[in-house]
Design a protein around this ligand. Structure first.
Ligand SMILES: Cc1ncc(COP(=O)(O)O)c(C=O)c1O
Length: 376
């Protein structure tokens, strides 16, 4: 059997990793400014994380959601403390797309409507409803296309209200900093007006924090820059530092009923311990603050590089835009400079999503390598 060939692959085979670095099968060392797509938050091979997961594995790794699991309750409590999101309940699942799927479904259960408003250039995952609210026709199959979705532009409040007035909108889903789409952010005024309109028209606001959450933006959640209280918040990626875990935070006003949502793997013992370890390390090592501080440093240095036409994003979720396709540049960064970066649907943009432990010295290494490659 061969692999179902859906991924164009770089010719690198990582076999171990530590902190900010990945080592391949030839023992070449790579600086990781991609975090395996914003997943590695507290760094590769974090000793506390390994210790907690190992200890848990020796006790119990998994049982179904039909039994008591106090770790889920402990996690819900810690998540409230760290995120400062009061008045929410936690439902756990195993990936970002599954979190989105559950959020959209729950919104629809709660207000009995079915249409979704999403935004141009959005990315919310690959499963049924998640891909339907993703603005990329190439990855939407006829099955997915049955969902009722309108894509509108950020900051166009009139278009938004025009859609809401039709009365069939269940939810508005948005990324406070777009990930795959290329690091665009809606204006504060727009988000706050959108929130007020959602109340007027009985629509749920879903903040997709799958990529931007858990401290990456410099806030615990990127939406916290705005004065809003989303009805549902989706989480995954950095939450588990590589352990497959996702979830939704559901505002108290949306009531749970038995059987409404469910999953076999979601919230298992190892997933809870992985997330608790991540929260602990974020706090102990002050990583949210580091994301803010290093993000500012990174931007201030990038501003001095003339070939860059735009710097986007915040914290350690940054986009560097050029006036040419960056695919060759990214290849050279990997193969010649030994640095991993990310791409986006904007072919002229490099995405920077490092583990939140990155320091100024590692930023300088990247900047030096980038300058060398840009001079060629
Ligand atoms: C903002 C956002 N939402 C949802 C997803 C889907 O997450 P997953 O790949 O874990 O299904 C992604 C993945 O890149 C994402 O960036």
């Amino acid at each position: 059997m061969n692999l179902f060939d859906v991924y164009p692959l770089y010719n690198v085979t990582p076999i171990k990793a530590n902190g900010m670095y990945i080592y391949d099968d030839k023992n070449e060392k790579f600086l990781d400014l991609y975090g395996g797509h914003a997943v590695i938050s507290i760094g590769h091979g974090n000793p506390y994380y390994i210790k907690k997961l190992t200890e848990q594995m020796k006790k119990i790794s998994f049982y179904s959601n039909a039994i008591q699991n106090p770790l889920q309750k402990e996690l819900a409590k810690k998540l409230t403390q760290y995120s400062k999101c009061e008045d929410y309940n936690l439902f756990m699942c195993s990936s970002g797309a599954e979190a989105i799927e559950n959020a959209l479904k729950l919104a629809s259960f709660s207000n009995k409507k079915s249409k979704v408003i999403a935004f141009k250039n959005s990315f919310h995952g690959r499963t049924s409803a998640a891909v339907a609210v993703t603005d990329n026709p190439k990855i939407i199959s006829p099955l997915n296309a049955q969902q009722k979705v309108s894509f509108i532009k950020f900051n166009n409040i009139d278009e938004l209200e025009f859609e809401l007035k039709k009365g069939d909108v269940s939810s508005i889903i948005f990324e406070s900093i777009q990930g795959v789409g290329g690091l665009d952010q809606p204006e504060e005024k727009f988000v706050e007006e959108m929130y007020l309109l959602s109340k007027k028209y009985n629509v749920c606001v879903i903040a997709d924090e799958v990529q931007s959450g858990f401290g990456r933006s410099g806030d615990f959640f990127a939406f916290q820059k705005f004065n809003i209280k989303p009805d549902i918040i989706t989480i995954a990626k950095g939450m588990g530092n590589g352990f497959p875990v996702g979830g939704i935070l559901v505002n108290h006003k949306i009531k749970a009923e038995y059987g409404m949502l469910g999953t076999t793997y979601g919230g298992n013992h190892l997933a809870c311990v992985a997330t608790l370890a991540v929260l602990n390390e974020l706090k102990e090592k002050n990583l949210q603050k580091n994301a803010l501080k290093i993000g500012e440093y990174f931007k201030s240095k990038l501003e001095k590089i003339k070939k860059i036409i735009k710097i986007k994003g915040r914290g350690l979720m940054l986009g560097i835009e050029f006036d040419f396709n960056v695919s060759e540049l990214r290849k050279n960064l990997i193969y010649k400079q030994k640095i991993f970066t990310g791409g986006s649907s904007n072919k002229n943009l490099i995405r920077i999503l490092p583990p939140l432990i990155i320091n100024k010295n590692q930023v300088d290494i990247f900047l030096k390598s980038l300058t060398i490659e840009l001079k060629k």
